[in-house]
Design a protein around this ligand. Structure first.
Ligand SMILES: [Zn+2]
Length: 378
């Protein structure tokens, strides 16, 4: 029954790994029984964030998520001015200033739509003072505002937050199942589907990755970079990292021009304060996207190192980077199990450093030089 109310082109239709969540959300929107605050709970890769954007699309579109109107397209590209995404901006979690900015924004009218949606990622990092600032608004937000919070499990999130939200549990999806779905949805080979899931996480994001020439170029550039490490000197590596950063930042150009168009259009009727807030939000959005681009590049490096480890340990499992198996062979020819394991640790450390707001380029430089050290002199 729910299938009849889900438009084929909508983001919600792509939530194949979570049919119960998909049908539940579709019903809520179709019957107008939308909660003011949802808490999506599930492990990484379960598609919570995809579901959040999908629900946002259903709520923002005049047609309940047709998938093809201007509003739907903007939400799908994550450039709709009434859908706000927040993630912690410091190592210790959300900053009180971040939450204050969010609260100030909540009271403003929507820009293009009748509603506003706030996606709050990693809600487990809302602690004491930041959570308290949010509680009242979470309990009684303005009528046109919907909050979608995301977290790993209810016991990792403050009970005062959990009790104010409608909890939506997501089931854990194995990578092989995700790869099968990607294969079916996009028609790519099993090897490419497996690679895309390893890099992008959920099936929806893997399918997006396979459609994006720019993101696939980031992967190729990152893999070339890791492949090149053992053969290059430090000066060459630092030069090539600049090129890598340029490739990672290339997808931001479209976002920047969309943002500029919104600013140009709205500058006439927004107050200076509101304009400043919009600019600040756009800046945060850009830095978030740059960071996600780097995280994806890191996932590419990790997948290559994991493949090398599988081969070195003689594990009889297909590798993820089948299309560049010569790179895996080259790594295996010179590196040891201990060296590759140490290099994988370096990638994990870098992920933590990036979450702590270290400058991306610096983090990348340190990581690649440390990987080189690990691979060449274990
Ligand atoms: Zn629409």
């Amino acid at each position: 029954m729910a299938n009849e109310i889900i438009a084929e082109r909508s983001l919600l239709a792509r939530l194949e790994t979570q049919p119960r969540v998909r049908d539940f959300l579709a019903q809520a929107v179709a019957t107008g029984r939308v909660s003011h605050a949802y808490l999506f709970l599930g492990a990484p890769g379960s598609g919570k964030l995809d579901a959040a954007w999908a629900l946002a699309q259903q709520l923002i579109c005049e047609d309940g998520g047709c998938g093809s109107c201007d509003a739907c397209v903007r939400v799908a590209r994550q450039t709709h001015p009434d859908v706000h995404y927040f993630a912690p901006e410091s190592a210790v979690g959300y900053l009180i200033d971040q939450v204050r900015a969010l609260l100030a924004e909540v009271s403003l009218s929507p820009i293009r739509s009748r509603r506003k949606v706030y996606i709050i990622d990693r809600a487990e990092q809302l602690r004491a003072n930041t959570a308290n600032a949010l509680l009242k608004t979470l309990e009684e937000p303005p009528a046109n505002v919907v909050f979608i919070l995301l977290g790993p499990s209810a016991d990792m999130i403050l009970p005062t937050i959990v009790s104010r939200c409608q909890c939506v549990p997501f089931r854990t999806v194995p990578q092989t199942r995700s790869a099968e779905l990607v294969e079916r949805a996009t028609g790519v080979s099993p090897e490419r589907a497996r690679m895309a899931v390893a890099v992008a996480g959920s099936p929806a994001r893997a399918a997006e990755f396979l459609k994006s020439a720019e993101r696939q170029e980031v992967r190729r550039a990152m893999l070339r970079q890791v492949d090149y490490l053992a053969r290059a000197d430090e000066a060459d590596i630092l030069t090539s990292i600049k090129d890598l950063m340029a490739v990672i930042k290339a997808p931001l150009d479209e976002v920047k021009s969309t943002q500029q168009a919104v600013l140009d259009r709205d500058s006439e009727y927004l107050t200076r304060g509101a304009l400043k807030q919009l600019e600040d939000r756009f800046k945060r959005e850009l830095s978030h996207r740059e960071r996600s681009g780097i995280m994806e590049a890191l996932a590419c490096a990790r997948s290559l190192l994991r493949d090398a480890l599988l081969r070195l340990q003689g594990v009889d499992e297909p590798i993820v980077n089948e299309d560049v198996s010569e790179m895996v062979d080259r790594l295996c020819a010179t590196a040891t199990v201990a060296g590759v394991t140490a290099a994988l640790d370096v990638v994990a450390q870098t992920e933590r450093r990036l979450a702590r707001n270290v400058t991306p380029q610096l983090a990348l430089e340190v990581m690649l030089l440390d990987i080189r050290k690990a691979l060449t002199c274990p």
